[in-house]
Design a protein around this ligand. Structure first.
Ligand SMILES: Nc1ncnc2c1ncn2[C@@H]1O[C@H](COP(=O)(O)OP(=O)(O)OP(=O)(O)O)[C@@H](O)[C@H]1O
Length: 198
């Protein structure tokens, strides 16, 4: 599946700032893409548009063959939760819940038994090297561990697209390495596993 952006222009109405001007690109779902650029060049703005958080822009956005603007708000919400996982720098966890609960929350509970869910979470935590923290409450975790929990939560629902805005900017070096390795492996792994075909 491809995301196609055509002539995207974003003006923040409150300030009149043009954050994106005439941006066009095709994004394939089997690529690991990094946006680099000076502060204020529109990276976060673009990620918000791609992940269907910001719908207020000019230009066309195609998800697969269909234009996003042809869907209702409700349908867009469903698309967002089905196809995207978004990971921000300021990760929000349920502080009084365990790591297991924090990650399992994004699984479709009705599809699996509790035991199956636990196993899936365990396997994902293992990839991020935090399986030993499974029963620990979120409030007792370090910054790097918290971000790894957020990544596990994003990946376990098997999204087509994972959008991460500076996911390693405020974590320790070991967490940084593990996060990048896991994200790359996820993107480049066999396509067959992912949510339905394009
Ligand atoms: N909510 C907003 N309202 C008004 N202007 C905004 C808003 N968010 C961003 N901007 C402006 O849009 C431009 C692009 O900002 P954006 O945050 O997308 O850049 P960035 O490349 O992600 O920056 P950084 O690397 O510092 O995170 C900037 O000039 C910024 O001031």
């Amino acid at each position: 599946m491809t995301i196609r952006l055509e002539n995207i222009r974003k003006i923040y109405k409150n300030t009149g700032i043009t954050a994106i001007e005439n941006f066009s690109h095709d994004f394939k779902d089997d690529r690991f893409i990094v946006f680099a650029g000076r502060s204020g060049t529109g990276k976060t703005t673009l990620l918000n548009i791609i992940s269907l958080i910001d719908l207020d822009y000019e230009g066309d956005y195609f998800l697969g063959r269909r234009k996003i603007s042809s869907y209702s708000r409700k349908e867009i919400e469903i698309l967002r939760s089905k196809y995207f996982s978004v990971i921000f720098q300021e990760y929000e966890l349920l502080e009084n819940e365990s790591v297991l609960e924090n990650v399992a929350i994004s699984l479709e509970k009705k599809l699996f038994s509790k035991k199956d869910n636990e196993y899936k979470v365990y396997e994902m935590l293992k990839k991020l090297e935090i399986e030993e923290l499974m029963s620990k409450k979120a409030k007792f975790l370090s910054g790097g561990q918290r971000q790894r929990v957020a990544i596990a939560r994003g990946l376990i629902k098997n999204p087509r697209f994972i959008i991460a805005d500076e996911p390693t900017s405020s974590v320790d070096d070991i967490s940084k390495k593990i996060i990048l390795k896991t994200l790359k492996e996820y993107v480049l792994e066999d396509e067959k596993e992912k949510n339905f075909s394009s």
